[in-house]
Design a protein around this ligand. Structure first.
Ligand code: ATP
Length: 333
């Protein structure tokens, strides 16, 4: 490991916050940021409730013991928020004044693309250095193979669908299960493959009712007595209730049930993969700032820590793997 204590760091005092939708592993990322900062003798402030805390001067000095026993906790001890005030120039000016008051040179912003957009604007207006850490269950952020929280959410969805499948099989039922993902189908596609769904509906693909009905007929002809369809929240074909209604009209004999998994997917103790990812990215954010990185996002690609310009992380999106779509169809026979 490079000994950064030997080098002159580009920053001395950093702030860290969690923002946007919470995700399991945010605490592990926070812990990594605080402890890495402490290891390299940087002063570190935690800022409560995302950009709201920056505006309302809700800063708290943090050291290694402030983040004890949190690596296994879901949610975020700093709390998160969606701040409308930060979208105004006046709100951001107040935030800047508070950063100056506490001597903040740089901010570690743990959140999704909205959080990164706010960070980019703030940096361009006031010059405070920013670095993003991707914390969102949707996994749609460019510049990292996985976002913090995605693996945990995916496993939560998989375990819930497994349970639903047990009851579906016992009663010859068709279950439509909605999983999170307003714009992205990563949770739906991967949990659908992992649970053997007959069909997976995701916003990235143009789905049709004809194809869905065709999948049911195929399943029936193949001797399947129950079916699970996994639907991403943002599916373009319509909401899960409309899709289920249309299916009932087409197949009046089907015993159809709808389950919306909702917020259970955000909660719970982070998986091992998320804890390790969060630890690596939290560490990577701090050493990145020390080395002079600015306006970038720390990510992990092919197991390597990399820094992607924050603008790119915001504008581009992770693409759905076409092979996975094909595999899901082949394995559903
Ligand atoms: P998730 O992907 O989980 O929804 P997110 O970071 O994308 O997380 P958002 O609510 O979109 O969540 O953004 C978080 C916060 O970032 C917003 O509440 C706002 O304070 C700030 N933000 C977003 N867009 C802007 C913007 N254009 N200008 C200034 N601040 C912004």
């Amino acid at each position: 490991m490079i000994n950064f204590k030997m080098k002159e760091s580009a920053v001395k005092t950093i702030g860290v916050f969690t923002s946007g939708g919470d995700a399991p592993g945010m605490n592990a990322a926070l812990r990594a940021v605080v402890r890495t900062a402490s290891y390299y003798n940087l002063t570190c402030y935690g800022i409560r409730e995302g950009y709201n805390g920056l505006i309302h001067d809700d800063f708290i000095k943090m050291g290694p013991r402030s983040v004890k026993n949190i690596i296994n906790q879901g949610g975020t001890i700093l709390r998160s928020a969606r701040s409308l005030e930060f979208k105004t120039p006046e709100g951001r000016k107040t935030a800047y004044d508070n950063c100056v008051k506490h001597g903040i040179d740089a901010l570690v912003c743990i959140g999704g693309d909205g959080t990164f957009t706010g960070a980019k604007i703030f940096n361009e207006e006031f010059g405070i250095k920013v670095i993003g850490v991707p914390g969102t269950i949707d996994n749609d952020i460019f510049g990292t193979d996985n976002t913090i929280g995605y693996d945990t959410a995916l496993n939560t969805a998989m375990e819930a669908i497994d349970k639903i499948r047990d009851t579906a099989t016992s009663h010859n039922r068709v279950f439509f299960v909605e999983v999170m993902g307003r714009d992205a189908g990563f949770i739906a596609l991967n949990s659908g493959i992992a649970t053997g769904a007959v069909e997976i509906l995701i916003p990235e693909r143009k789905d049709s009712l004809e194809d869905l009905f065709g999948a049911f007929i195929k399943a029936q002809n193949a001797g399947k007595t129950s079916s699970v369809v996994v639907v991403a929240e943002g599916e373009k074909l319509g909401n899960i209730y409309d899709i289920s209604k249309a299916t009932k009209e087409k197949f009046p004999d089907y015993d159809i049930r709808v389950t919306v998994l909702g917020h259970i997917q955000r909660g719970g103790s982070p998986s091992c993969a998320d804890r390790v990812l969060a630890s690596r990215l939290g560490y990577g954010a701090v050493v990145g700032l020390m080395e002079g990185q600015n306006k970038v996002m720390a990510g992990l690609q092919s197991n390597q820590l990399i820094y992607t310009p924050i603008e790119e992380a915001i504008k581009k999106h992770n693409e759905i793997d076409q092979d996975l779509l094909k595999i899901s169809e082949i394995l559903a026979i």
